[in-house]
Design a protein around this ligand. Structure first.
Ligand SMILES: [Fe+2]
Ligand SMILES: [Fe+2]
Length: 314
């Protein structure tokens, strides 16, 4: 073990006894990482109880092991979340880890986005999670914090859209999972246009505006290929930059020509962009973003949608 090892935090909730991957686990004391268990030894219930008793909730793995651990978290999410029980912070950590890793995977290698089941599984857990959550402002702040914009943004848009949708159509809960999938994938076209979307500086700066404006259609064509995404998802990817009173792209659609689910993704997209620091502007506070969207409503969004949005962010 070199002194230059980099460590990644893992919530104890994700470390399922006996089946957790055999990687070295560390604890942290006074900023120093101390080996807790070598990779050759299994992590057992006894270990877990001991750590819980000493109030340890976070373990660390070497960054080289992180992908394997994140994949494990994703594949065992149902069991992990169940074990978190009422511990909301542990749930947030587990979901953030799994979703962040998924988004990183698909933005680096868009072919991975063809696995619709993987996306559906994560969105299902996110849908369950938001239905139990109290404060969405906190939620949006925690989700994906520390990740690059593309990843954090996609996760935030997924969650925000699901919240607005559940206010707008409480009776259409069945569509929530598709809304979350659409939110996660809405900018997948960016990864087809830019060389490395995970490089923050490249996100908006190097390509021309015209190139960037191709991302909805490119993303749509790309996801349509495999036939595993339904119309709700495909339409949102294709038309999330249309505007209710016209002037959007790529279709220049207006009013009811834009599916309501797509309008929801479009509004969430604008809100989540406003509350993020961008190379060209500083992040707005949620209150400022809310006001900006209110002012834009006469040209960008329907009033009904704005009311649902208002109810969602309260
Ligand atoms: Fe977009
Ligand atoms: Fe976006």
């Amino acid at each position: 073990m070199g002194t230059h090892d980099i460590y990644e935090p893992v919530s104890l909730a994700c470390v399922l006894p006996d089946i957790f991957p055999r990687v070295a686990l560390f604890t942290e004391t006074w900023g120093k990482h101390v080996l807790y268990k070598e990779e050759s030894l299994p992590f057992t219930e006894v270990d877990r109880d001991r750590l819980l008793a000493s109030n340890t909730r976070i373990l660390y793995v070497r960054s080289g092991d992180h992908e394997e651990v994140a994949r494990f978290t994703e594949e065992n999410l149902a069991e992990i979340l169940e074990r978190c029980d009422m511990d909301q912070m542990a749930k947030t950590a587990a979901l953030t880890q799994a979703t962040t890793n998924y988004l990183k995977n698909i933005f680096v290698d868009p072919e991975k986005a063809q696995d619709a089941e993987r996306c559906r599984n994560l969105s299902g857990h996110l849908a369950q999670y938001i239905s139990e959550s109290q404060s969405i402002a906190d939620l949006l702040k925690t989700l994906g914090s520390g990740s690059v914009f593309a990843i954090r943004h996609s996760m935030q848009v997924a969650v925000m859209s699901m919240l607005v949708w559940s206010k707008l159509f409480p009776e259409k809960r069945d569509d929530l999972v598709d809304i979350g999938m659409a939110g996660m994938l809405h900018d997948i076209g960016m990864s087809l246009i830019l060389k490395d979307i995970t490089e923050e500086k490249d996100y908006w700066t190097s390509p021309t505006l015209e190139e960037i404006r191709r991302h909805p259609f490119e993303g749509y064509i790309f996801l349509r290929k495999n036939g595993r995404y339904n119309d709700l998802v495909l339409d949102a990817v294709r038309h999330h930059h249309e505007r209710y009173f016209g002037g959007g792209y790529p279709g220049g659609l207006k009013g009811d020509e834009i599916r309501v689910s797509t309008q929801v993704i479009g509004l969430a997209d604008m809100y989540c962009t406003l509350i993020s620091d961008r190379p060209t502007r500083k992040a707005s506070t949620p209150e400022e973003a809310f006001k900006i969207i209110g002012d834009e409503t006469y040209k960008c969004f329907s009033t009904i949608l704005f009311y649902a949005f208002q109810a969602a962010i309260k």
